[in-house]
Design a protein around this ligand. Structure first.
Ligand code: ACO
Length: 339
């Protein structure tokens, strides 16, 4: 019955979504008491009003787990039905083993392979590209793609230029070949490692292993050249959006919903200019206001909220576009395939 109702196609689709945000809210007013900043500065420069902070004993794999449970329930499948878990994160529980393996255990996903990918804030789009192809070439049936971040673990709450920007959160989705959901039509990816120094965690890897000196110099925190990152983010997300439209012979007006990476409201507005046919409520920006920049998780959280609000109509196209450390960037177009 299911197969007759939803025409079989060879496209991978997102058949379930979920997200999880920790309970603790850190408002701009709270930050005013911690660093020399103001609600007015933060809102006017970023659009962020508050963000969520994971509990001290709540880790990236826990956020991933809670988002995954919702995605599995939404897709009406169990942990054992998953044959591959991909976790996109730049704040893994450990450098190794992967957070995906910790998640595999929590979910009792005993039939799944599991690994992490690292594409910073573009992680969800990179994961979509990978999962789409692995499902379409029939290597895997049900892939759980999770983006989860405990950014508060690498934010310096004495540095006003970064601590106001980031928050914790997770999103998850199940990608399969058949079923009711959102067809993944195309994904494009890009990178520019020459610009790596603009946004990085300098210590903790093989180049600068953890030492007393790296801790004293604050090298385990996020380091960011905000102005340069801003310019690259706008340019790269615009270009990626155009590339993915071109790949599908589409134009801007074919897009019904725009979900850019939720890093900064001004960056979202700059991308939205290209899609001037869209009324403001079709450019998703609520996540950055409520949760700040949740890195890889942000697009998945926004998408989950939009799906659950039941506003998307059948055959409407949604454009995702993301940008992050690396530099990395990407874009994807998906289409709702059910009423
Ligand atoms: N409160 C008050 N003043 C501040 C704060 C703050 N929280 N932070 C910086 N300032 C000050 C600066 O010290 C500077 O003061 P000065 O002029 O006396 O030197 C002044 O505000 C202006 O600083 P700028 O850095 O020029 O401010 P800008 O308008 O560029 O905004 C911001 C900074 C919000 C970080 C912006 O550059 C930005 O959004 N960049 C992109 C960040 C981003 O999206 N990163 C993530 C993408 S990738 C990923 O998601 C991991």
């Amino acid at each position: 019955m299911e197969k007759q109702k939803f025409k079989m196609t060879s496209k991978a689709k997102i058949i379930g979504t979920g997200s999880y945000l920790p309970k603790k809210v850190l408002t701009n007013q709270d930050l005013e008491k911690m660093v020399d900043t103001s609600d007015e500065w933060i809102v006017s420069r970023t659009g962020i009003r508050e963000r969520r902070i994971a509990a001290p004993d709540e880790y990236t794999s826990d956020l991933a787990y809670l988002a995954s449970l919702k995605a599995l329930e939404d897709a009406k499948i169990k942990g054992e039905d998953i044959d591959l878990i991909i976790v996109a994160t730049l704040t893994p529980d450990y450098i190794f083993p992967s957070t995906a393996c910790l998640l595999q255990h929590k979910l009792n996903a005993k039939n799944a392979g599991a690994f992490d990918i690292q594409a910073a804030c573009s992680g969800y789009i990179y994961g979509l590209a990978l999962a789409k192809d692995l499902v379409e070439c029939k290597s895997y049936k049900n892939i759980l793609l999770v983006a989860a971040e405990k950014l508060s673990s690498i934010v310096n709450y004495k540095d006003r230029s970064t601590c106001v920007l980031f928050g914790d959160g997770a999103s998850a989705c199940v990608i399969s070949l058949n079923g009711k959901g959102f067809d993944i039509n195309a994904v494009v990816l890009g990178s520019d490692g020459e610009q790596a120094p603009l946004l990085m965690q300098i210590a903790g890897g093989s180049r600068n292993p953890a030492s007393l000196e790296t801790v004293e110099k604050n090298l385990h925190y996020i380091h960011m050249e905000g102005n340069d990152v801003f310019k690259h983010a706008v340019r790269r997300m615009e270009a990626a959006s155009k590339d993915v439209l071109d790949k599908l012979n589409m134009v801007e007006t074919d897009i019904a919903w725009l979900i850019p990476h939720q890093a900064n409201d001004r960056i979202i507005s700059a991308i939205a200019k290209r899609f001037s046919h869209l009324p403001s409520e079709r450019v998703y920006r609520a996540v950055v206001e409520k949760y700040g920049n949740t890195s890889a998780s942000s697009i998945g959280i926004a998408f989950d909220e939009l799906v659950k609000a039941e506003k998307i109509k059948k055959n409407e196209n949604i454009l995702f576009t993301a940008f992050g450390a690396g530099l990395t960037w990407g874009a994807a177009i998906i289409t709702k395939n059910y009423e």
